[in-house]
Ligand binder design. Structure first.
Ligand code: G6P
Length: 643
């Protein structure tokens, strides 16, 4: 079972209504994560204890409870949406949890695996528990640490606080460092104390936490979406780091309390993720969000030593080392992402990878056992065909790892491990940004497996990762050049009745994805073929004026490149109109192609992330030019919850 809670925090100088507003807005932005209860705590210098309000159900229940209570103005606030794991969704189990003296409040995302022995120890020391949660253990551990006169305040400065508050905040900071050292499991914590109303202390291990900088205020969230309405200047918090946040400072330290300089990034794109944000269609918006979708999926994945860590991945390394086969199950676009992934995972990890449509998998009596890793890929996490496939796989003893875009979804919950794509909500039925984010996620998984299984040295993995990190900017470059694709699409929209897509190696699934997009939203018959298969049949379809898209591999793979260039020659000689996707500087295609769409040079395995972009833009533009409903094509559903 995975926890998909949402966490939001806010720290400011003067008491106002802003902390409540910011935290409730943030929790609403995180609603997509799934939850069954919610809560908020507010602190201010005028309050003896933080004000805590919690409610079961949707955020509207919490808002009603807030309206019914007398809510004071505040300087700081923390909030939480909870997906029940330890104990039922009740008000008592909802966060924030409160210390015995009522002064310390804490929200938590994650699972503390050694909660039981710690709870027994705290009980023996006289602490009483009012909930069934593992989180309450941490509240009492912090309370215990703070009550120890020998607790040495953290040895550094916390700018933005007055003398007495600064000293107390340094003690809370030290207590958090001490307590986190005792914990086994995963967590994001935000803690507030009545004595330090201008401070939130936070910590993170294997669970997300991002900060946002404001003017005389700062923000915290499980996801930058939590504060994207207020701040675009985000700060990344690494594994095992602890943070003190004041209105004017963000002090980040490692597990030993040594200050570290966090990575800063801009989250411009997030603000209107679930709105059209001026784009005529969601699909167009989502196509243009791909640099961010891929970047966010790749972000925060290295530990202090530079090794790849996948926060959400909870299958023991020993199990991953024993795997002798992987089977990817998925449907539609996600299955094409899986086909791309196969090339990378086999190449990097030297284990056989099968890719199977989820609805076919179960009925062919597949050979699956405890040494099989089944990888389910799904944007929605709710596709019934894929759910049934993973249930079947687990019954056979396989471990299931899912790559999903929707935390808390059924597939995420029924898997042994989850790797999240951070593409943000995808609204258009035809999938675009989820596809590129899925490929990026499978690459992280492939590199992680190669690291764990010792197929690649750390420096090799870092080299692959560094090059992968350059892909979002290259996607942006392709998008910046999309006008030429649109012009071609506008010119073809009326007459095209059939379009052929050809690709080879990793571009073969890209060709099929390009064809699928055109079928789905432009209702044009389209087929994607492996370029090598052309001579075995599809070439019979070529006649004067037949549009053929050909995706050309990098010239740095001459053995593949030359064969695909020859495919262009063959179809062009038979009268096809050829639209070629080729790397910058690959002039060998110029003589045979009617139109060339250029993508920046990239390693072979990463090219699909660039080559698919013109195909998505093409389909979107053809559908638009035909006056069709791009976002809601006929007969299709975004999430297919029947078999
Ligand atoms: C439906 C959608 C497709 C999607 C497929 C898989 O058919 O229309 O766009 O690719 O389901 O969905 P999933 O949510 O599992 O990725």
């Amino acid at each position: 079972m995975k926890v998909m809670c949402g966490i939001v925090g806010y720290v400011s100088k003067q008491p106002s209504e802003q902390p409540r507003t910011v935290v409730i807005d943030g929790l609403k932005r995180l609603e997509y994560r799934g939850y069954d209860s919610a809560g908020i705590a507010l602190a201010s210098p005028d309050l003896e204890k933080p004000c805590v309000v919690k409610a079961v159900g949707k955020l509207s229940s919490l808002e009603r409870a807030l309206d019914a209570a007398e809510i004071p103005l505040a300087t700081s606030a923390i909030g939480h949406t909870r997906w029940a794991t330890h104990g039922e969704p009740t008000v008592a189990n909802a966060h924030p949890h409160v210390s015995s003296d009522g002064k310390l409040v804490l929200v938590h995302n994650g699972i503390i695996e050694n909660a039981a022995p710690l709870k027994a120890e705290l009980r023996a020391a006289g602490y009483q528990f009012t909930s069934e949660t593992d989180t309450e253990v941490v509240v009492h551990l912090l309370e215990q640490a703070l009550s120890n006169d020998e607790l040495f305040p953290w040895d550094g400065e916390l700018p933005g606080l007055d003398g007495d508050e600064e000293l107390k905040a340094r003690r809370l900071f030290a207590a958090m460092l001490e307590v986190t050292r005792r914990l086994v499991g995963g967590y994001t914590f935000l803690a507030m104390h009545a004595d330090v109303p201008h401070t939130v202390i936070a910590a993170r291990r294997s669970s997300p936490l991002v900060l946002g900088r404001g003017e005389d205020c700062n923000y915290l969230g499980s996801d930058p979406l939590a504060f994207a309405d207020y701040s675009t200047d985000a700060v990344e918090i690494g594994q095992d780091q602890v943070v003190a946040v004041t209105p004017t400072a963000i002090v980040v330290v490692d597990e030993d309390g040594i200050p570290v300089t966090p990575r800063e990034f801009t989250v411009d794109f997030l603000r209107d993720r679930a709105n059209k944000d001026g784009w005529p269609t969601y699909m167009e918006k989502e196509i243009n969000e791909q640099p961010r979708a891929v970047r966010d999926t790749l972000a925060n994945r290295l530990d202090r030593k530079g090794a790849l860590t996948l926060d959400e991945l909870r299958i023991p390394e020993s199990v991953l080392r024993s795997v002798d086969k992987a089977i990817i199950v998925a449907c539609g676009t996600a299955a094409y992402a899986g086909q791309v992934a196969r090339y990378a995972i086999e190449h990097w990890c030297r284990i056989p990878v099968e890719v199977e449509l989820a609805h076919e998998f179960r009925y062919r009596d597949p050979i699956v056992n405890e040494k099989t890793l089944v990888i389910a890929i799904s944007q929605s996490g709710e596709t019934m065909d894929t759910i049934m496939a993973i249930r079947h796989a687990r019954e056979q003893g396989a471990r299931v790892l899912s790559i999903v875009n929707t935390p808390g979804s059924t597939i995420a919950r029924e898997s042994d491990a989850v790797l999240l794509t951070h593409a943000g909500p995808e609204i258009a039925v035809a999938s675009t940004k989820a596809f590129t984010a899925q490929i990026a996620a499978t690459y992280l998984l492939g590199l992680y497996l190669a690291q764990v299984r010792g197929n690649k040295y750390l420096d090799e993995i870092q080299d692959y990762l560094e090059k992968l990190q350059t892909i979002p900017d290259k996607i942006r470059t392709v998008l910046d050049r999309a006008d030429s694709v649109r012009q071609v699409a506008d010119a073809m929209a009326e007459e095209a009745t059939s379009v052929i897509f050809l690709g080879r190696h990793v571009a073969y699934p890209v060709a099929m994805e390009g064809a699928l997009k055109l079928k789905e939203i432009a209702y044009i018959h389209a087929e994607g073929f492996a370029a090598g298969e052309l001579k075995h049949g599809p070439i019979a379809l070529i006649e004067e004026g037949q549009p053929v898209f050909i995706i050309v591999p990098t010239p740095r793979r001459p053995e593949l490149h030359q064969k695909v260039v020859s495919a262009i020659q063959q179809v062009s000689a038979r009268g096809a109109k050829t639209f070629v996707v080729a790397e910058d500087g690959d002039h060998s295609v110029n003589d045979f192609a009617d139109v060339v769409f250029r993508v920046p040079a990239a390693p072979t395995l990463y090219l699909p992330l660039l080559q698919v972009i013109p195909l998505q833009v093409f389909a979107c533009e053809v559908a638009t030019a035909k006056g069709l409903d791009v976002d809601q094509p006929r007969n299709l559903a975004k999430s297919v919850t029947v078999e």
